[in-house]
Write a protein that binds this ligand. Structure first.
Ligand code: AMP
Ligand code: MG
Length: 481
């Protein structure tokens, strides 16, 4: 396809970090989703995407010009237990350099077995690949750093899970696929030159502003912690639940990565879990900030030999860095909540104001998204707020608080509109789209959903079917392996 400009800087790292790989051809590739806007950003010609050559390339049957396919090695703590992993079903074709000079990994997920497949078949089923496509594109539209989805190709071959499913390959686009688990992989091999090379590479690729830092490795750790804190803040503010925050699913770029059993919370409840395998609630909504910090502690541990030659000093430095995480998270979260409530200024009582709203939401099982959406629009229709006495009392406090800032009602509403999505990928709408696609070969339902989710902050559309919460109490998502 015209426009490919693939480079392979990751493959200049020590051989420890990857293995050559070949996508395994599939029987009958058929393109069922493609992201033309993203293609344009990448410098690819969009018309050629949906031609027969597009399907061949995004299935792995043909390689794009300049590809050098590899599988990346990494380790990870999965639900707390350490394992050697690596791309077992994903193959990196290379790094596309865009017309504006940005660099993005182009990865085929579900493209066949690699050296790291262990006992897996290297394949993926259609439903989970479409789910990743929908949710990752929704996250991008919400303004949350994320990997993106360029295409989904059906393979024409079955995959066998608990039942027989249709196979598919997702083309994923990411700033990179370097994970906390990649650093753990180097550390587990006790290979300091490799560890150092990976840290230097990550810093140059994702944190170029640190080029002249006096203590570059410590600066890298701090910068990763900052970006991760900001990312988790953004998840919490829209009710996104990742579902499997294993250290191999945390990208050092600060992008959301590896959409498996993820979902958006409906009724506000910090204990919300959707993943069918998360019995202990380790990755529940309210646990995401401490789990992120736990993962970052594993990163810091892996980086210890780089931080200082004296281990005790290294531990001291790492501990001080990690202790900044909850502080960064709290301040970022409160700032975001102020915006969600239309507040421009800061007052000491703001945290209590937010906490009391959340307590009310929890007590009444209020829908997280729609509560803020109603607050956003309530300034227009005053009666939207008369929900119950406790809420009215709380809203009077908000009114009094707003009266102490100089910004107008209109300015407050504009701020709220920009921070409270009108539309999120509702679980029942995602399921509906996946069922139409997998069951009926109908991709129009998904297309319509993608269209709505492309402008989540457009409050001027009245689409009740897309904003109604489903019954999430029994909703379960699966890992999609
Ligand atoms: P994930 O749950 O997608 O983050 O995957 C966790 C690990 O299992 C990664 O190392 C994957 O590459 C690997 N994996 C998942 N599914 C398969 C599969 N069908 N075949 C081979 N490896 C897989
Ligand atoms: Mg993963």
């Amino acid at each position: 396809m015209p426009g490919w400009r693939l480079e392979h800087t990751y493959a200049d790292l020590p051989q420890l970090f990857y293995a050559d790989a070949r996508p395994a051809p599939v029987r009958a590739p058929r393109l069922v989703a493609c992201n033309k806007q993203l293609a344009v950003t990448l410098g690819l010609e969009p018309e050629t995407l949906d031609g027969p050559q597009g399907a061949e390339i995004f299935a792995g049957n043909a390689l794009p010009e300049g590809a050098r396919p590899i599988a990346q090695a990494y380790a990870g703590h999965q639900f707390g237990g350490f394992t050697a992993l690596g791309d077992g079903r994903a193959i990196l074709l290379g790094e596309q350099v865009t017309p504006s000079g940005d660099r993005f990994d182009i990865q085929l997920k579900g493209a066949g077995q690699t050296r790291y497949s262990r006992r897996g078949d290297g394949r993926a089923a259609l439903g989970p690949m479409l789910r990743e496509y929908i949710i990752s594109e929704a996250m991008h539209a919400l303004g949350i750093p994320t990997t993106r989805s360029l295409a989904v190709v059906m393979t024409g071959e079955p995959v066998y899970r608990e039942s027989e499913l249709e196979g598919a390959v997702l083309t994923r686009v990411a700033s990179s696929h370097i994970r906390v688990g990649t650093m753990q992989w180097a550390a587990a091999h006790d290979d300091q030159p490799a560890l150092r090379a990976l840290a230097d590479y990550t810093r140059a690729r994702h944190y170029p502003e640190l080029a002249d830092a006096a203590e570059p490795h410590l600066a890298l750790l701090d910068a990763i912690i900052e970006r991760q804190a900001r990312l988790i803040v953004q998840w919490q503010l829209v009710g996104f639940i990742h579902g499997v925050m294993n250290t191999d699913n945390m990208a050092l770029s600060g992008e959301t990565i590896d959409y498996g059993p993820c979902a958006f919370m409906d009724a506000y409840d910090p204990e919300t879990v959707f993943s069918s395998i998360d019995h202990g609630g380790r990755y529940a909504y309210g646990n995401q900030p401490p789990v992120a910090q736990w993962n970052l502690a594993r990163l810091a541990e892996a980086m210890l030999p780089l931080l200082n030659a004296d281990l005790n000093r290294a531990v001291e430095l790492a501990t001080a860095s990690l202790e900044r995480f909850p502080v960064l998270f709290e301040s970022g979260w409160l700032a975001g909540m102020r915006s969600k409530l239309g507040l421009f200024t800061e007052e000491p009582e703001d945290k209590a104001l937010v906490d009391d709203l959340l307590l009310w939401m929890e007590r009444t099982s209020a829908d997280f998204t729609n509560t803020f959406r109603n607050l956003t629009m309530a300034d227009r229709s005053e009666d939207a707020r008369r929900l119950d006495a406790q809420f009215d009392a709380w809203h009077s406090r908000l009114d009094a608080r707003r009266a102490r800032q100089t910004q107008s009602r209109a300015e407050a509403e504009a701020l709220m509109r920009a921070h409270n999505p009108a539309f999120i990928p509702r679980n029942h709408k995602v399921e509906e789209a996946l069922q139409a696609a997998s069951g009926n070969d109908d991709f129009t339902v998904m297309q319509r959903l993608l269209d709505v989710l492309a402008t989540p902050y457009d409050h001027d559309r009245d689409l009740p079917a897309f904003s109604a919460p489903g019954d999430s109490r029994t909703y379960r998502t699966f890992c999609g392996t």
